[in-house]
Every structure is written in structure tokens, then in C-alpha cells.
Write a protein that binds this ligand. Structure first.
Ligand SMILES: [Zn+2]
Ligand SMILES: [Zn+2]
Length: 338
């Protein structure tokens, strides 16, 4: 019997363990993926720390996966063995419920949860995925370099392109980390007046190299005031994981501006006046479904957009995870399987 290796979380809060287990067979609607690379995302803490309701252990985290199809289930059409595929947070959809049929498969009523949280993910040499969760990966994209596009990438790209901003509008990317450094590149290449907002000046040079046209130091200046001085932001993409920082920038929205929340923080409080006087809004945005990931990969290939990664062998998942959680990584951490 052929075996695979996986870095499991044995129980909430416990350190990773390397295990060898039998390679599973795909269910009728699943494929087996030979994983080449998997990004390490802050949301993996949902599994490692047990912050997500209903996680069962042991669990293999990982939802920024690129690999090749090694086997297909009996009912899977259109995904041949050998195809390069990516899997993100979204675990797939049933295709027949009301939300799926309304084109809102992200809210599928039957398939819930997340890759690497409610089902095993990509910190492993092999994993199973529902065929509906697969994104095609362009041939020219390197697996290790591109893995973070399956979560950090699609989350920022999809939020920006669904924000309502039009070419030339002022789009502020709040936070220059794993999400923000991609958001700057996407916003600039999508044709927006791109303003990077971060504490301090140490990332200004990099932000400008990534395509930012302007830079606001939110430690030295009131970011809301600075944005209003530029005419107000049509869109603020809030990637930070700090509620106070989010609250401090809402007032920088321009008329009918929208703040898109994609960084998961605790509760934030907002002064309604900041929204009322500008008919502005604050909304969340779900990362995306598999075809959104595919669009992200294709757009990134077209415009040579990529994340800056620190790469670890997959056996060092613990060090990689700790590095990511330290907040010091520049900017994404990726596990390489071979
Ligand atoms: Zn993620
Ligand atoms: Zn459904």
C-alpha cells in the first residue's frame, strides 16, 4: 500500500506532528492531488488554535495549495490525471442548492467549512479535494512562488475587483503585509490610483516598487485626514488585523466610498457620522470561489504579479507556522513538498 506524509495538528493548541498514512482514495466527486507547495496563512490558526467551530482532530491544515491531479473519482469530468490545480479556502459546492443556483456558490447550503479546517488540507504530500474546488493553474506559474495566490492573492484581487471602483479611482491598501503587498500590485495593475497605508516609513520604498503611487505613514499622520486631503478614497481595502487601525481610517472614505474588510479582527466600532455624511459603507468580502482563484492566477501571470515568499521544507511546518505567526515574515511563508 503506498503511503503519504502529512503534518497534522493532533489536537487544538498542540504542536505539529509528522505522520505517515495510507494515501486515501477519492470519493466519486473528489480528486487526489499530489501537492507541490502549500502556503502558510494566518487563517491556519483556526485549525492550530481551534478557533473555528466544529474542527475535528487530527487535522492537516493548509489552504494555499498547488499540485497535480494524481487520481480522479468516478463522477469527476473535465479534470484529467496530471492537470495542474490549485485549492484555496473554499471547499467547493454542491451545485444544486438555492445559493449555488443563484450564482452564490460561496454560500453553498450543503458544502460548508473550509479546506484545512473542516477537511484535510495541503500541509501534506497528498490531499483530497472536491472537484468543484479546483482552479486551473497556468503552465508558466511556479508552484512554490504562486501558492499564496490561492488565498492571499484571490482575497485581495477579488475584493478589489468587486469593490465598485473604476479605472483611476483612488484605492487605498491599508496594511503592507501578506495581503497588502499583493493588494498594491493588483490595485496598480487594475488601473487605480493606488495609495499604500502603513505604520512607519520602512515599507514605503517597497510599496512604491510594487506600484503604489502614494504612501501614507499612519503612525505619523492621521490616515483618514490624509486620504480626505487627496479627495477621499473610493475604496479602502482593510487588510490589517487590528481593529483600532481599521477604525482610524474609515473617515478617509470619499463620497459613496466603500471600505472592504478582508482582515479578520475582533469587533470594530465605527462612527455612523463617518458613513452618513458621505453615503459610505463598510462591508466584508468572502475571499472567492475556485473560478475567482483561477482568474487571480491568470491575471497574475499576465501582469507578472507575485508574492514575496519565505520557503520552508514541509517537514519544518512548525517553524514555518511560527515564523508566519510572528508577523515578521516578508511576506508569505510557503511549504515546499519535494
Ligand atoms: Zn488564508
Ligand atoms: Zn450548494
Amino acid at each position: 500500500m503506498s503511503t503519504m506524509r502529512a503534518m497534522i495538528v493532533p489536537q487544538a493548541g498542540a504542536p505539529f506532528e509528522l505522520v505517515e498514512r495510507e494515501i486515501p482514495s477519492p470519493d466519486p466527486r473528489e480528486v487526489l492531488i499530489k501537492v507541490q507547495a502549500c502556503g502558510v496563512c494566518h487563517s491556519d490558526a483556526a485549525t492550530v488554535g481551534g478557533h473555528f467551530p466544529g474542527v475535528e482532530y487530527p487535522r492537516v491544515p493548509g489552504h494555499e495549495v498547488i499540485g497535480t491531479i494524481a487520481a480522479v473519482g468516478a463522477e469527476v469530468a473535465g479534470w484529467p490525471v496530471g492537470a495542474r490545480v490549485g485549492v484555496g479556502w473554499w471547499p467547493g459546492s454542491c451545485g444544486y442548492c438555492g445559493e449555488c443556483r443563484r450564482g452564490q456558490a460561496f454560500a453553498c447550503e450543503n458544502v460548508r467549512g473550509a479546506t484545512g479546517v473542516t477537511r484535510d488540507g495541503g500541509y501534506a504530500t497528498h490531499m483530497l479535494a472536491d472537484a468543484s474546488a479546483l482552479a486551473r493553474v497556468p503552465a508558466s506559474l511556479d508552484a512554490v512562488e504562486s501558492a499564496p495566490l490561492l488565498c492571499a492573492g484571490v482575497t485581495t484581487f477579488n475584493a478589489i475587483r468587486n469593490s465598485g471602483a473604476r479605472g483611476g479611482d483612488l484605492v487605498a491598501i491599508h496594511g503592507i503585509g501578506g495581503l497588502g503587498h499583493l493588494g498594491i500590485q493588483f490595485a496598480a495593475k487594475l488601473g487605480f490610483h493606488t495609495v499604500a497605508v502603513n505604520r512607519g516609513r520602512d515599507k514605503e520604498q517597497l510599496a512604491r516598487e510594487l506600484g503604489a503611487h502614494d504612501y501614507i505613514d499612519s503612525a505619523a499622520d492621521d490616515p483618514a485626514q490624509a486620504l480626505r486631503a487627496m479627495g477621499g478614497a473610493k475604496v479602502i481595502i482593510a487588510t490589517v488585523t487590528n481593529a483600532e487601525a481599521m477604525q482610524a481610517i474609515v473617515g478617509g472614505l470619499g463620497p459613496r466610498g466603500t471600505m472592504m474588510l478582508i482582515g479578520a479582527t475582533g469587533p470594530i466600532s465605527i462612527n455612523p457620522v463617518d458613513l452618513i455624511v458621505r453615503s459610505a459603507s463598510v462591508r466584508g468580502w468572502y475571499s472567492g470561489v475556485s473560478v475567482d482563484s483561477e482568474d487571480t492566477l491568470c491575471f497574475s501571470e499576465l501582469h507578472a504579479i507575485g508574492s514575496m515568499n519565505e520557503v520552508y521544507p514541509f517537514e519544518q511546518a512548525q517553524q514555518a507556522y511560527d515564523r508566519m505567526m510572528s508577523g515578521q515574515a516578508r511576506f508569505r511563508v510557503v511549504l515546499r513538498m519535494e
